[in-house]
Write a protein that binds this ligand. Structure first.
Ligand code: ADP
Length: 445
């Protein structure tokens, strides 16, 4: 089995100085979301299916039994607590398991069951009587590969005959060795070395090729090139599976290179919206005045929790020290924390141990803490050209149908640039951002 039991020591620590914007790294965000996620993200929305060949049959299943899995694999699925397929799995699994194999591109937001789906397909396709690699799964980082491997190891709990191996940094195979494991899960560089450069297994015998987190993968051009080189060595009969949380042009262009004649399934995403949010701005002359504004607001908001977004780590730590010394209990989430530290901070905040979370952009998306009623932009979100970053604004403030409760957003404006960004955001969304006179902040409740 996998039995390597890797632990994740830290996220890729950014080398940014404290002064520069503390922005989210897609691989880190994806990993953190995976780790803090408790279960499936349910969606009320529909699946969209596209396929070139309208004659190819397409089924959907409501139970895992209907997939006719090997009994020990089914047992593993149930042992993980999965009772029924998730929405994306209902449609993806019959195609992934079909004979003859079909290629698939699947896109849905994280947490909807993609990993579990392709891991099940990988395990199903293995012929454990043949001792050579048959399945390759590529992930963008070491940590994400380990996460996938752990899911595979759990699901294969009752299939000890299936052997998995990590192809990641730190794993060394002596030159000249032939790898006998059935499934290799790893990063593109190591997979290239083992399969293409050193011939430690026969690329021609690969039956299933999985590309996970493709949107994170293309974040690094080198990765994309390595994936394509590995892909070129695979037999044309190999089943290609391509997974992504997003569906932008760059991802789809990459998908088209990797996956010929695919069935494309997409789970539409519940859009964040500003509909239930009361938006305000407060004019301040200095950071100290911003601080005073926060204290005034904080005095007024009695229920719920608040998240305050700052542009840099330096501002975040300055603010948290100031608030702490004034007796507020605050938590800070910023880029220098390890993944364990980030999880600990979020867990405490979720549990209500701190009322205020001060953060940089490290996790603009995905802090869906239900009890947050107030979001403060200590600094307005802007892109590298110092223009309004409307998307980030929406992620910070917006709510989806799931957390549709009303909320309050307050923007602290201390410069003409900040004012311009605020007006641009207002115009972009066509939703009024009202001036709030902090002297009578009572009006916001
Ligand atoms: P994604 O790859 O889309 O991010 P995952 O496969 O990691 O999604 O699934 C998200 C979470 O839901 C995980 O905690 C996983 O164990 C759980 N999960 C996946 N499929 C099911 C299912 N059919 N029933 C219950 N929980 C599931």
């Amino acid at each position: 089995g996998l039995g390597l039991n890797k632990s994740i020591k830290s996220l890729n620590q950014t080398t940014d100085s404290e002064e520069s914007a503390d922005n989210a790294n897609p691989a880190d965000t994806s990993l953190l979301m995976k780790i803090i996620r408790q279960g499936l993200v349910e969606s009320k929305l529909d699946i969209e299916i596209q396929r070139k060949d309208p004659n190819s049959p397409l089924y959907s299943v409501k139970t895992f039994e209907a997939l006719h899995l090997k009994p020990n694999l089914l047992k593993g699925v149930y042992a993980m607590g999965f009772n029924a397929p998730s929405k994306i799995q209902e449609t993806a699994l019959p195609t992934l398991l079909a004979d003859p194999p079909q290629n698939m591109i699947a896109q849905s937001q994280s947490g909807t069951g993609k990993t579990a789906a392709f891991v099940l397909a990988m395990l199903s396709r293995v012929d454990p009587t043949k001792n050579y690699p048959q399945v390759l799964c590529l992930s963008p980082t070491y940590e994400l590969a380990i996460q996938t491997g752990e899911v595979a190891a759990k699901m294969a709990k009752f299939c000890p005959e299936i052997k998995l191996k990590y192809a990641v940094r730190g794993e060394e195979v002596p030159r000249g060795t032939k790898i006998t494991d059935h499934i290799l899960i790893g990063t593109p560089g190591k997979m290239m070395d083992w399969g293409v450069r050193f011939g430690m297994f026969d690329m021609n015998k690969i039956k299933v090729f999985v590309l996970d987190e493709a949107d994170v993968m293309i974040d690094r051009q080198g990765h994309q090139d390595q994936c394509i080189r590995i892909h070129k060595c695979l037999p044309t009969t190999c089943q290609m599976m391509f997974f992504s949380a997003t569906y932008d042009t760059a991802v789809m262009e990459f998908a088209e290179i990797i996956v010929p004649n695919p069935i494309i399934i997409r789970l539409l995403r519940e859009e964040e919206s500003l509909d239930n949010i009361k938006q305000y701005y407060v004019k301040c002359k200095s950071p100290e005045e911003k601080y005073t504004a926060i204290c005034n607001i904080y005095g007024v908001i009695t229920i719920g929790q608040a998240i305050i977004f700052c542009h840099t780590r330096k501002t975040a730590s300055w603010l948290s020290e100031k608030m702490s010394s004034d007796g507020h209990s605050v938590a800070v989430l910023s880029g220098e924390l390890t993944v364990e530290q980030r999880i600990a901070v979020l867990d405490r905040f979720r549990a209500g141990l701190e009322k205020v979370l001060i953060t940089t952009n490290v996790l603009s998306r995905g802090i869906d803490v239900e009890q947050v009623t107030l979001v403060v932009n200590f600094d307005m979100p802007m892109d590298l050209d110092r223009k309004a970053d409307c998307e980030t604004y929406l992620h910070r403030i917006g709510r989806t149908g799931r957390f549709g409760k009303a909320g309050i957003a307050i923007n602290l404006i201390d410069s003409s640039l900040a004012m311009q960004i605020c007006s641009d955001i207002e115009a972009h969304f066509g939703k009024k951002i009202q001036l709030l006179d902090i002297e009578d902040a009572e009006e916001i409740e």
